[in-house]
Design a protein around this ligand. Structure first.
Ligand SMILES: [Zn+2]
Length: 774
């Protein structure tokens, strides 16, 4: 198979170099993903209102016409009059603007050759999907202002990976059918070919199953907590109305599948099990372990621990239920794959369940993880009996893997999937650390609230799945890559598009283009044209790529401020007097050094036009600012950089302590200094388990050896576990003031989140952003 691919590649290069004898001007085609080979001319072809289309008789005529009509809809403005002809190799005489679709059986299935010249548009492909991708390239090559004008070009193209995926979580947020269509349109424009639909989870069951009507009459609906962020939402109380949600009827599923098929997108359904199943269990609670002692409902947020309520592995009815569901799913989706989840199945109730215990005894299962293996293997066998291949998340590698399962590597860098590859399993990489689109895509102070750190556009673009240390066979088992969009923080379709674009455009190039062709500078140029096309279609996207990320650190008593924007084609302009910058403000060339309170204002400009948001950086000077910190935790350096964090805990301005032991750090003021007051900036984010410490102690020393004066401030549980997301400066007074050089701060673990907390029993963490000494 690989040899064939290499052969095709050589052939394409040969054919293309032959065509290139007509030496065309070198410039970049404004499309993503970047084609294997492309040369662009200076002239343009104007597509006429009335054209002839010649179709090779080896193509399916209906399919070829459907491709053309999709292209026509994309463009929306030309060839009102299309006359179809059967292509005859002996008669190549065509008029300017005519289109020929030729069969070239030497090309790989999804590959194509495309020529636009005075002779018209000639497309070669070995299959209809190749034709389709050639039209997508044509479409993106045009400018959104005049889509009937296409530059002269010679293109030869084919994908790097067979699996070019996007996962959409429609459980946490139910995306209406019309918006799923739009997502499919965008995917196909970017030559992405697998839409992995995460149809079920704790937060909603989204697919009609005729045999189990309560899955959608009950399981698709939850209480309205949309005024709160996802982590702040408490579970329902008995009898509360459940107006939020929705589901796709089987008729709508067929519509979505057809729509996707016409655009060469395969929809892979995921029915998650045995975990992430509260929505199903809300409808059929008898499928949970009898050991469950909590109310089961469709969860509006993180579930207050109900994530550990999962399908019982000891109950035969559970297997009957899942087999019935698979029966209907297998018929609805023509995909050769069914994804059966398997992620984050917490075993708390399994461990206490007599049925699960009985199952383990009967099956000679010694470890609880192997009970999940039993569960997944049994369902896999059933899925395979339906003629489908099984897919699952990388937690399946914790136990014995089902035969032939395809593993999705997601944790960290997705490396758990390599454990499966070592056993000969195929795999897809969707590392959370880079390809989870729920994460922030730029400087967090400008972004809507979400989880975790940053996966910027450039992070996604620079991702290279194949690692140098890999065993040789891994590469041949790697099917491809996938961006995954979890929708916890989405309440309207706009929220989904904002997180997905433009990062999905970057993923498309990772998935399709050869890694040697990747070039960040060229990508952002081409991206701008793609984004114009997307916005012409009413798709909104983030402009976080134009925002400035700062880094401020103490250096020799000053604060060194680095400003960085990942777009290489903008300049950063700044002021230091608190005034709004403009295109004529100072140009940022190198780090700024600050030694007193300073208000930095900066923004990016392209051709004199402001692009991003204005970053407002206030360096507030106090006695500790710019001083050296001694600590085990390197992140503690932000404590003396003079810059305050936002209410987002992962914005890089907060240091974090996640330890149950007392922790401490020392600051050296450089010389004996009279101090009266010591403060610590402290973040509370109740729903994320970020809490004030149990107590803070300040110790003082003149020589750094003997610490004497000790001041302590203690907090009650009520103060520590206060609901909300806010910043407090905790001050401790030094009685009569003291003349000292060294200050040590000690603080204590707040305690685990209490039972009535939104995250019961979870370990707390502390976050501090500034040491303030007066
Ligand atoms: Zn059980």
């Amino acid at each position: 198979m690989r040899r064939l691919f290499k052969y095709a590649l050589t052939l394409i290069i040969f054919l293309l170099s032959y065509n290139m004898e007509n030496a065309m001007a070198q410039s970049s085609l404004p499309v993503v993903p970047k084609p294997l080979m492309a040369d662009v001319g200076c002239e343009k072809l104007k597509i006429a209102d009335s054209i002839n289309v010649f179709i090779d008789p080896s193509f399916n005529l209906n399919e070829a016409q459907s491709i053309l009509s999709i292209y026509k809809v994309l463009n929306g403005l030309f060839f009102n009059d299309v006359r179809y002809h059967i292509y005859n190799r002996n008669d190549e005489k065509v008029d300017e603007g005519d289109i020929i679709m030729k069969n070239n059986s030497n090309l790989p299935e999804e590959g194509y050759k495309l020529s636009v010249s005075r002779k018209g548009i000639v497309i070669e492909a070995s299959s209809e999907v190749g034709l389709f991708y050639a039209f997508q390239t044509l479409f993106l090559s045009s400018s959104p202002e005049d889509k009937s004008c296409i530059p002269f070009m010679e293109v030869a193209d084919q994908p790097r990976f067979e699996y070019r995926g996007f996962m959409l979580d429609v459980s946490r947020y139910f995306l209406p059918k019309e918006d799923v269509f739009k997502i499919i349109d965008c995917m196909s424009l970017l030559k992405l070919n697998k839409l992995h639909l995460h149809l079920t989870d704790d937060n909603g069951w989204r697919i009609e199953i005729k045999k189990y009507p309560a899955l959608t009459s009950v399981g698709a609906w939850r209480v309205n907590r949309n005024n709160l962020a996802f982590p702040d939402r408490r579970n329902s109380v008995k009898g509360e109305p459940t107006p939020i949600g929705g589901f796709y009827t089987q008729e709508e599923i067929r519509e979505i599948v057809n729509y996707a098929q016409q655009r060469y997108v395969e929809i892979i359904p995921e029915i998650d099990m045995p975990g992430h199943s509260n929505a199903a269990l809300a409808a059929y609670p008898e499928l949970a372990c009898p050991s469950v002692d909590k109310q089961i409902g469709v969860v509006p947020g993180m579930g207050q621990g109900s994530g550990s309520i999962i399908l019982c592995a000891g109950n035969e009815k559970v297997f009957k239920f899942l087999e019935d569901v698979i029966d209907e799913v297998a018929v609805l989706f023509p995909s050769k794959y069914i994804h059966i989840g398997g992620d984050e199945a917490w075993k708390d109730y399994w461990k206490k369940c007599p049925r699960c215990a009985q199952r383990m005894k009967e099956e000679n299962i010694l470890h609880i993880e192997e009970l999940q293996s039993y569960f997944m293997r049994r369902i896999s066998t059933y899925v395979k009996s339906k003629g489908k291949n099984v897919m699952g998340w990388d937690e399946l590698t914790n136990g014995t893997l089902p035969d032939d399962v395809i593993i999705f590597g997601w944790q960290g860098m997705g490396n758990a999937a390599l454990k499966a590859a070592a056993q000969g399993h195929r795999f897809v990489l969707t590392p959370a650390r880079l390809l989870y689109l729920i994460r922030y895509q730029g400087p967090q102070w400008f972004e809507p609230l979400t989880y975790f750190g940053n996966n910027t556009l450039k992070d996604v673009y620079m991702y290279e799945p194949v690692q140098s240390g890999w065993d040789k066979k891994y590469e041949s088992l790697l099917m491809g890559v996938q961006a995954s969009m979890w929708t916890e923080f989405c309440n309207i379709p706009h929220d989904v598009y904002y997180q997905v674009f433009p990062r999905l455009v970057a993923l498309a190039e990772v998935a399709w283009s050869q890694k040697e062709l990747k070039d960040w500078n060229s990508f952002v140029d081409r991206l701008d044209n793609v984004l114009l096309h997307l916005s012409a279609k009413g798709i909104n996207y983030s402009e976080a790529m134009f925002n400035i990320q700062h880094k401020a650190v103490a250096e020799n008593g000053k604060i060194k401020v680095d400003l960085n924007c990942e777009r290489p084609d903008v300049e950063i302009r700044y002021t230091t007097d608190g005034m709004e910058p403009d295109a004529s403000s100072s140009l940022y060339r190198e780090p700024l050094y600050v030694d007193s309170s300073t208000q930095i204002r900066c923004a990016t400009y392209k051709n004199g036009v402001k692009k991003g948001e204005t970053l407002k950086l206030d360096v507030d000077w106090n006695l500790a600012t710019g001083k050296e910190i001694f600590s085990e935790n390197p992140a503690d350096k932000v404590l003396t950089n003079g810059i305050r964090g936002s209410k987002k805990q992962s914005d890089f301005e907060w240091t974090e302590w996640y330890s149950k032991d007392d922790v401490s750090f020392i600051v050296d003021l450089g010389k004996k200094t009279n101090i009266k007051k010591i403060g610590l900036g402290c973040l509370t984010h109740y729903a994320m388990g970020v809490n004030k410490p149990k107590y803070i102690v300040v110790k003082l020393s003149s020589d750094g050896k003997k610490y004497s004066t000790s001041v302590k401030k203690e907090f009650s549980d009520k103060e520590i576990f206060k609901v909300g997301n806010f910043i407090e400066d905790i001050f401790l007074d030094i009685p009569d003031g003291k003349n000292v050089r060294y200050v040590q701060i000690v603080y204590a673990y707040p305690g685990d989140c209490p039972q009535d907390h939104i995250k019961p029993n979870q370990q707390s963490r502390c976050r501090f952003d500034e040491l303030i000494i007066k």
